[in-house]
Design a protein around this ligand. Structure first.
Ligand code: HEM
Length: 344
């Protein structure tokens, strides 16, 4: 009896001290505002019958991972971008094995913990619903949730994402992976590469706002060290004292998903060339200024641009639901199993 009272007291204490433990998933407020005209096969309620508790399974896992380590939010966002940009959001970036995208230079520093989190969520979702939800949809939902948690106490739009993607049967080809823009790109290169993905200047600027969280290694901005500015000299000095140093991409509020990234750019404190040029080029400067001034615009524009990116489907919406692991196609999994069986 005494011990059950102690357990009850502990539970109550934990609930008071860690509101997250009892925090329900925020209710979406988007369906009214989100685009109705969705890409092939996608809808907001795609899993309503086949996996009605989907969002309630994904949310607590992502929430607790991001509250435990804010870096996970940055990791998921970057994985989502690197999945969607080459050949659409089809979880192709997650595949391991021959010709894996993960082995190509643009993806070498994708966060392992965030990659594993997607697979951990898949295991839980498939345990509850069977193999009805793709890894691509799970990554989409996990990214949306991670951004929400990283927005901390801000009142932030929680929105529905279009769902119903298939997982790819193969990795994207390397040319498409190398289409991911480099951090020393100028504005024309950035605008052109986003345009090939149906993304407009406002989408480029808003989505670059993902650099409000996360870190970069010195090799990705050492092209700036010769610039004549206090900020560039500081970046260079920090890197020369420790070449393995990871630099916050948002130098004022690095662990909060907010619009300070844009005010930094207006003060010349963007870490990558690809960040800083957005504030000086006439085609994007207006957007940097507006998003710096109005955080509500940033939140709603980021949502709209993320939804747009999530619908890029240059090859249509074809593939499978990966049922054994997000890291292997079902064909690969069977081959591996046959291999194991044969060698057992
Ligand atoms: C516009 C062109 C972009 C360029 C040139 C670019 C480039 C980069 C580079 C070089 C890094 C650092 C990698 C490292 O040092 O390990 C990085 C980090 C990151 N990028 Fe981008 N990026 C761009 C757009 C985006 C977009 C659209 C998103 C998401 C919507 C995004 C999300 C992130 C995040 C969150 C990080 C930090 C990752 C972490 O801390 O693990 N980036 N980006």
């Amino acid at each position: 009896m005494a011990s059950s009272r102690a357990i009850l007291a502990l539970c109550l204490l934990a609930t008071v001290l860690c509101p997250a433990l009892s925090r329900p998933r925020p209710l979406p407020n988007l369906p009214v505002n989100g685009p109705r005209n969705l890409a092939n096969g996608l809808s907001y309620d795609f899993h309503a019958d086949s996996c009605p508790d989907l969002v309630d399974i994904v949310w607590p896992i992502v929430e607790s991972a991001v509250l435990g380590e804010i870096a996970i939010a940055a990791g998921l966002l970057r994985i989502f971008f690197h999945d969607c940009f080459p050949q659409g959001c089809d979880a192709s970036v997650l595949l391991t094995g021959a010709n894996s995208e993960l082995d190509l230079p643009p993806n070498l520093t994708l966060q392992t913990r965030a990659l594993q989190l997607i697979e951990d969520v898949r295991v839980k979702v498939h345990a509850a619903c069977g193999a009805t939800v793709s890894c691509a949809d799970i990554l989409t939902l996990a990214t949306r949730d991670a951004v929400f948690v990283a927005g901390q106490s801000e009142v932030f739009y929680f929105y529905e994402m279009p769902l119903g993607r298939f997982d790819s049967l193969a990795p994207a080809n390397s040319a498409d992976v190398f289409a991911l823009p480099r951090s020393d790109a100028n504005a024309s290169v950035l605008l052109d590469s986003f345009k090939t993905r149906n993304l407009e200047p406002i989408d480029l600027v808003a989505l670059s706002g993902a650099h409000t969280v996360g870190k970069a290694s010195c090799g990705n901005f050492n092209n700036r060290f010769s610039e004549d500015s206090d900020f560039a000299r500081k970046l260079a000095a920090n890197c020369s004292s420790d070449v393995n140093r990871l630099q916050d991409l948002d130098v004022t509020t690095p662990i909060v998903f907010d619009n300070k990234y844009f005010s930094n750019l207006l003060e010349g404190k963007g870490v990558f060339t690809s960040d800083q040029v957005l504030a000086s080029d006439g085609r994007t400067q207006w957007a940097v200024q507006g998003l710096a001034q109005n955080k509500w615009w940033f939140y709603s524009q980021f949502r709209d641009s993320l939804i747009k990116l999530s619908q890029f489907q240059p090859n249509g919406n074809v593939g499978e639901i990966r049922s054994k692991s997000c890291f292997t196609t079902n064909g690969q999994s069977s081959l591996l199993e046959e291999g194991f069986a044969a060698s057992a």
